[in-house]
Design a protein around this ligand. Structure first.
Ligand code: FAD
Length: 581
């Protein structure tokens, strides 16, 4: 360990029992905006949450601007396989869906948010059908419903067998394309939001309301380079944090931009330590990085089994629901079994389900595995847990309002309280729709009531941060070894020290390694999220849901609370407990 690492380790060990006390930049280093545009509402992101919000807002406020980092069909939504959970069968009920969601959440869900999710969910799914989504049908023409881990009823609608997200995205993008020429909506693709613009601070020195964003557009003419988009309200629908880790099921865009930018702007972030690691991600060797192929939980839902590398089935001894136990239970059991057998993967056996059935039910997974010369119908599939979903995020109320006036969040970037310590399978697409819909309605009524005036942005003080893109793999290694599947004080303190050694000063990055640009902005966000995640995981000295500490392996009632983080006016990280209502 270097001297700097030892010092950082000592100070962070102290921080574990007090306030984190870390300085984090309140903005990214970026050139001054060279152009400006205005709208009533700015929606960031075009996954299920962003598209739902934009389509809903379009008819309710005069001008909507939708910006997205790459193309409209992007984000995790496109990759979703299993489906969307909703109590649609007469034998099922929102109350039963609520009970399963609360169980998965490990005592930390906000029951009011879950109530909203399960009661409004069925209507949102039907709306998707009217918007043109072609869900799979059963023999009688009704929606085909299947089951996934943690659900006690068949309540998952799916499309194209295992291509639900692609179909949902196709339908919503088609709806948006149909109105794209409408003067009430503007879409800017290849536009990366850098920071939230905020109005003059209040007497407490904290940033004033959100009044727009700075963004970098790879465009042409007057909309090229760094600009500013001003609005009465900003909706973050920027998705997850997968690229914080070495291996994840999330696409390249999932760099935690929304959480990092909201934190910098003064919003409260919560439940950040709860990360879902999907148990069955195709294992292709320890050196493989980036987005990995997911083998959906629905494969286990249809009866596939987990075997260790000696061919022994191990889940029935771990949990009454065996392979369909909650994801964290399955992932931890796999890691423990891998340690016992000395292997770095286990095996998924779907062979007994029949070749015709597997090819028809899971055509996408079947084809993706074949690309790696694995035949789902005849071969055992090597799998290991990888980062999959982030339960925490920007804290919002039931209308999607964050703690920063004018800033809303919906979808995976938000912390609505629906997931608590762990997400129930197939509840995330549903959450994105339900809460984006609510946020849109809330914004529209506040705009109509004149409650969201357009304000002027002011500069936030302090130096802008910039981490060299080349540091990304080092940050990912720290995150994977620290706040990974199984955590401990030693691993987390080391990760915090490693992260503290990463240079974040723009001068260093600009002068020595890089200039302000996409790779650097994203990597700075990855670094800030990894830092926050590590601090929160270090602070929570218990195990619950997606947070497992080998040094505190049991849940502790004293920890039935939410850890929240904000930046103080001097940009110090304030991390502390917030009681559940
Ligand atoms: C492989 C896989 C399978 C899954 N299967 C399921 C499933 O079966 N059921 C289920 O419910 N959930 C599933 N999930 C989770 C679910 O897909 C996501 O939680 C959900 O799609 C998130 O939707 P979203 O709209 O919040 O974000 P996303 O769909 O991730 O979209 C985020 C959008 O924000 C944009 N963006 C990000 N940063 C910026 C920025 N700085 N500036 C501008 N734009 C930005 C992105 O480009 C993208 O358009 C799965 C996830 C994965 C990865």
């Amino acid at each position: 360990m270097t001297r700097m690492t030892q010092e950082a380790t000592r100070s962070l060990a102290g921080a574990a029992s007090s306030s984190a006390g870390l300085q984090m930049a309140a903005r990214l280093a970026a050139p001054i905006a060279g152009w400006t545009t205005e709208a009533d509402v700015i929606v960031i992101g075009s996954g299920i949450a962003g598209l739902t919000a934009a389509l809903e807002l379009r008819t309710r406020v005069p001008r909507v601007l939708l910006v997205t980092k790459t193309v409209l069909a992007s984000g995790s939504t496109v990759w979703a396989q299993g489906g969307i959970a909703a109590a649609l069968d007469p034998s099922d009920s929102p109350a039963a869906h609520l009970a399963d969601t609360l169980t998965a959440g490990g005592g930390l869900c906000d029951p009011r948010a879950v109530e909203v999710l399960v009661t409004e969910g069925p209507a949102r799914v039907r709306e998707l059908v009217t918007r043109g989504t072609m869900f799979d049908r059963d023999a009688s023409g009704g929606l085909a419903l299947t089951r996934e881990g943690g659900h006690h009823a068949d309540r998952i609608v799916h499309a194209g067998g295992d291509a639900t997200g692609a179909e949902v995205s196709r339908a919503l993008v088609a709806q948006l394309e149909a109105v794209r020429a409408d003067p009430g909506i503007e879409v800017i693709e290849h536009a990366l939001v850098i920071d939230v613009l905020t109005a003059a601070p209040g007497p407490d020195g904290r940033p004033g309301p959100a009044c727009g964003v700075t963004l970098h557009v790879i465009g042409a003419g007057s909309r090229d380079g760094v600009g500013a988009a001003l609005g009465r309200a900003v909706v973050f629908a920027t998705g997850g944090i997968g690229q914080v880790y070495r291996s994840s099921t999330n696409p390249a865009q999932a760099t935690g931009d929304g959480i990092a930018a909201a934190l910098r702007a003064g919003a409260t972030i919560g439940d950040v330590e709860f990360v879902q690691f999907h148990p069955t991600v195709l294992w292709l060797g320890s050196g493989v990085r980036g987005q990995l192929t997911l083998v959906s939980e629905a494969v286990r839902g249809e009866g596939a089994l987990l075997l260790d590398t000696d061919g022994v089935r191990f889940m029935p001894d771990v949990h009454p629901m065996a392979e369909l136990a909650p994801r964290d239970v399955v992932a931890h059991a796999m890691v423990r079994r891998m340690a016992q057998t000395g292997a770095d993967h286990v095996l998924l056996d779907a062979r007994h389900l029949g070749a015709d059935f597997l090819r028809a039910r899971f055509p996408t997974i079947y084809e993706r595995l074949l690309e790696h010369r694995i035949d789902l119908t005849t071969d055992l599939v090597p799998v290991a847990p990888a980062q999959h979903y982030h339960s925490g995020g920007i804290v919002t109320d039931l209308s999607g309002r964050s703690t920063l006036r004018g800033l809303y969040a919906a979808g995976e970037v938000a912390c609505t309280g629906v997931h608590g310590a762990n997400r129930l399978a197939s509840n995330s697409l549903l959450e994105g729709m339900v809460f984006a819909h609510r946020a849109a309605r809330d914004i529209a009524s506040r705009v109509a009531a004149g409650e969201l005036p357009q304000r002027d942005p002011v500069d936030r003080p302090g130096p802008g941060a910039l981490v060299a893109a080349a540091a990304r793999s080092r940050i990912q290694r720290a995150a994977s070894n620290g706040p990974g599947v199984i955590r401990s004080a030693d691993g987390l303190i080391q990760a915090a020290a490693d992260l503290a050694e990463v240079r974040t000063d723009a001068h260093h990055a600009a002068g020595v390694v890089a200039a302000p640009q996409t790779g650097e902005w994203e990597t700075t966000n990855v670094h800030q999220v990894a830092t926050l995640l590590t601090q929160a995981a270090l602070r929570r000295t218990e195990s619950r849901g997606g947070h497992f500490r080998s040094d505190y392996p049991a849940a502790d009632d004293a920890w039935r609370l939410r850890l929240t983080a904000t930046l103080a006016p001097d940009a110090t990280l304030e991390l502390g407990p917030t009681p559940l209502d």
